[in-house]
Design a protein around this ligand. Structure first.
Ligand code: UT7
Length: 324
């Protein structure tokens, strides 16, 4: 008998305001047609003035707690994956902790940009396997609209705001691949690629929040190669292969990257949860949002084998294999 970190609940929250592609046509030299065909994105949500990352994260956390049949009093650790925290400090996680009325345990942020949720899930799994926590709220929450340069057509059309959350719970497993819970994780980073995707401001440089800068086609090239590699690495560690996968739940950056990765894994597109058309790229929030929407749609069911994979600034990338 071994301990497994099992998803007991999932939930998400999207800000009310929906921004269609056409909104950008008045602002930069772009078209709805270009955005749809090059990215798959049709619309995204933007947070209201005064609505912050911890507001979105708290709402997603509350939805996940309801789905799990638990309250904040049942949680002993809370992790928020974000690159757009409300403040430089304290962490968005402690702010979410206060908003959901969680008085015990500990809370901290993980910053691995678009790979943030995969990193947070892997670290929450380690907390559970090492006995440091029994129930962990793992949240991805972002307000990327706040760091977009709305004069840069190469980036401003791509991103959106939102949050998703899961409750992970320590559960006894047999050690076999049929167990529910996280079966393997694979994390990678290579800081020499900093210039491909970064924000041009920060506390110890400009003293400002800065704007997102990206060499999109370079990131695209790395994404197609590295996402399939990390997904295969995690499946290998679990003793499984692409043929065992019920659902790929990928980071939702670009439909062309999602499709190319599924092809490389030899998983058909009807086994991939796709939400990029409705959310755009919500960075660390995209995978938990897709898990929650995938469950709502009736795609993801108990016992399904799921592979999540993501890449973002750093570059940082990784994959988690879990049985729902
Ligand atoms: O989540 C973190 C990881 N990020 C990603 O995974 C993003 C990865 N990259 C991508 O998704 C794609 O590279 C983009 C969607 C960003 C761009 O697509 P692309 O097929 O790689 O296009 P490109 O950057 O090579 O640009 C092709 C053309 C350029 O024009 P020229 O130089 O050929 O005349 C761009 O200036 O498309 C132009 N372009 C646009 N045209 C209309 C760039 N953005 C736009 C736009 N509207 N919004």
């Amino acid at each position: 008998m071994i301990i497994r970190a099992v998803v007991r609940g999932v939930g998400h929250y999207l800000p009310e305001r929906v921004v269609p592609n056409a909104w950008f046509e008045d602002r930069v030299d772009t078209t709805d047609e270009w955005i749809r065909t090059r990215t798959g994105i049709e619309r995204r949500h933007f947070a209201a003035d005064g609505e912050t990352t911890s507001d979105l994260g708290a709402k997603a956390a509350e939805a996940a707690l309801i789905d799990a049949g638990l309250t904040a009093a049942d949680i002993d650790a809370l992790v928020v994956a974000t690159s757009t925290p409300d403040l430089t400090f304290p962490s968005a996680a402690t702010m979410v902790q206060a908003k959901i009325g969680m008085k015990q345990g500990f809370a901290f942020d993980v910053q691995a940009v678009c790979a943030g949720f995969v990193y947070a899930l892997s670290n929450a799994n380690a907390l559970i396997l090492s006995g440091q926590a029994k129930r962990v709220l793992v949240i991805g929450a972002e307000t990327f609209s706040r760091i977009l340069d709305f004069d840069d057509r190469g980036t401003c059309v791509l991103f959106g705001d939102g949050a998703g959350a899961v409750v992970l719970e320590a559960t006894t497993g047999s050690g076999a691949t049929g167990d529910r819970g996280i079966l393997a994780t694979d994390l990678n980073s290579d800081g020499s690629y900093k210039d491909l995707l970064y924000v041009d401001g920060g506390v110890s440089t400009t003293g400002t929040a800065g704007h997102l800068r990206m060499q999109g086609n370079q990131v695209f090239r790395h994404a197609v190669e590295k996402l399939a590699e990390t997904a295969h690495a995690a499946l290998d560690k679990a003793g499984l292969s692409g043929a065992d996968v019920d659902w790929i739940v990928p980071h939702q950056a670009n439909l062309r990257i999602i499709t190319a990765t599924a092809q490389r894994m030899q998983v058909p597109m009807d086994r991939v949860v796709v939400t990029v058309q409705d959310h755009g790229n919500t960075s660390a929030a995209s995978i938990p949002l897709a898990l929650s929407v995938g469950k709502e749609r009736g795609q993801i069911k108990v016992g399904d084998l799921i592979v999540t994979e993501a890449i973002g600034g750093g570059l940082s990338w990784g994959s988690v294999v879990l049985r729902w």
